[in-house]
Design a protein around this ligand. Sequence first.
Ligand SMILES: Nc1nc2c(ncn2[C@@H]2O[C@H](COP(=O)(O)OP(=O)(O)OP(=O)(O)O)[C@@H](O)[C@H]2O)c(=O)[nH]1
Ligand SMILES: [Mg+2]
Length: 224
Amino acid sequence: MYKGQSLTVIIPCLNEEQGIERILRAMPEFVDEVIVVDNASTDRTSEVAAALGAKVIREDVRGYGRAYKRGFLVATKDLIVTLDGDQSYPVDALSYLLEAFLHLNVDFLNASRFPVRDPRAMSRRSRFGNLVLALAMSMLYFRWVRDSQSGMWVFRRAILKDMKLESDGMAFSEEIKIEAIRNPAVRFGEISILYSSRLGESKLNPWRDGIQNLWFLVRKRFLR
Ligand SMILES: Nc1nc2c(ncn2[C@@H]2O[C@H](COP(=O)(O)OP(=O)(O)OP(=O)(O)O)[C@@H](O)[C@H]2O)c(=O)[nH]1
Ligand SMILES: [Mg+2]
């Protein structure tokens, strides 16, 4: 519970046994519920997460978006906070994000990884790709969002009922932001956080996911 708001943290994980341990050990006391969504990891992600008190949900179909949609069905608290299981997003910035969320009086707060302060945290190629995706999203949806691909958000669980979330893959991250900015009843904000290099192996396929996400932006804008 944080200033009267109960809190669910959702973390999608595919083979993140190192990261998830560090994150869960650092999870602040005020978090009411932690859900780890695992798509058949072959390492000890589930065991580690369960041992450290998280509710572990198994989803049989792979995919980042798929994992989130499953997690949302299980979440029960007022606010949902998300982050990756690889320790790249700052779990110790939770109270800072919640303060900003409450102070800005928004319904969806996006944690932007930019400007990237640690050059090891993100390759130049990824920085360039992220800039292209941010510009494309802003032009297509008429709203400047610096980090369309950030995996850390704080939002009211109640806004999910008006969202049409279809992506099962990495495009889910931009899709949830589009659904938020397209709804005039949802107040959207963005602030910077400190992004670090991940533990464990990346699940991102930069070219494939980058092009798919760009195509997804166009398709969602014109075909749906
Ligand atoms: N449950 C589940 N989680 C996934 C899947 N794919 C990726 N993830 C998780 O989603 C998060 C984001 O994936 P990452 O590999 O970190 O992608 P990224 O942050 O864009 O790339 P990096 O900068 O290399 O970390 C991580 O916590 C992954 O474990 C999946 O198919 N199922
Ligand atoms: Mg990551």
